[in-house]
Write a protein that binds this ligand. Structure first.
Ligand SMILES: Nc1nc2c(ncn2[C@@H]2O[C@H](COP(=O)(O)OP(=O)(O)O)[C@@H](O)[C@H]2O)c(=O)[nH]1
Ligand SMILES: Nc1ncnc2c1ncn2[C@@H]1O[C@H](COP(=O)(O)OP(=O)(O)O)[C@@H](O)[C@H]1O
Length: 200
């Protein structure tokens, strides 16, 4: 099924970047900034919930079979397999929020972001990166949520993901966290619903 995204009054913002680059940390804080009025899309995933994660708040946790059935029914705006699990953006809530003129943020991996860049050219795209792969490695280890083998796989993926950086409209280098959050907030605050003065 195709959707016409061009005439919706809201704004779609894609935030992407390697695992451990700081996407969730930066977004969590930037969404609280005064002047920022944006909602985070809740993805579906086949991965198991981590301690503290709630069904329907952090993700819609589903089985791999349920995910594949929804995908085959065309219910995802984009989807990807990331680190062995399936992730996808449900179309319905995004469409409805954009119809209401809201700003919707997708925090998704690079494969998904590339699908959005093709499917929704009006989307605003933000790539979060780190000063170096060494810094990324230290942060992934510091987070303590992944095993050694998983950290290595994520670093290999990061190298590949960094090759797409030029396709994004904006890049935030997450060295100083406060500055990165301020930059994200400024981009989101500027991502107002489009008016009649938009470019043709
Ligand atoms: N393509 C795509 N990627 C997603 C989606 N939701 C989350 N992701 C990405 O999947 C990756 C793994 O997310 P997660 O399991 O929460 O782990 P973590 O972000 O590495 O702690 C991250 O890069 C997320 O941005 C989605 O709906 N679509
Ligand atoms: N600017 C920063 N300086 C130091 N550590 C950071 C910075 N930004 C994020 N972190 C830490 O790096 C780790 C990865 O960040 P996270 O937001 O989970 O990344 P992502 O959502 O992109 O996978 C977390 O432990 C986080 O606290």
């Amino acid at each position: 099924m195709t959707h016409d995204w061009t005439d919706l009054p809201g704004r779609l913002v894609v935030v992407s970047g390697p695992s451990g680059s700081g996407k969730s940390t930066i977004l969590r804080r930037a969404l609280e900034y005064p002047g920022v009025s944006a909602r985070l899309s809740i993805s579906a995933t086949s991965r198991a919930p981590r301690p503290g994660e709630e069904q329907g708040r952090h993700y819609h946790f589903v089985s791999r079979e349920e995910f594949e059935a929804a995908r085959d029914r065309g219910e995802f705006l984009e989807w990807a397999e990331v680190h062995g699990n399936l992730y996808g953006t449900p179309i319905g809530p995004v469409m409805r929020a954009l119809e209401r003129g809201e700003c919707v943020v997708l925090e998704i991996d690079v494969q998904g972001a590339l699908q959005i860049i093709h499917a929704v050219p009006s989307a605003d795209t933000i790539f979060i990166t780190v000063p170096s792969l060494e810094v990324l490695e230290a942060r992934l280890r510091g987070r303590g949520t992944e095993s050694e083998a998983v950290v290595r796989r994520r670093l290999e993926n990061a190298r590949r993901e960094l090759e797409s950086i030029g396709l994004y409209a904006h890049v935030i280098v997450n060295d100083d966290l406060d500055r990165a959050v301020a930059e994200m907030a400024a981009l989101l605050a500027g991502a107002e619903p489009r008016g009649d003065d938009r470019d043709a």
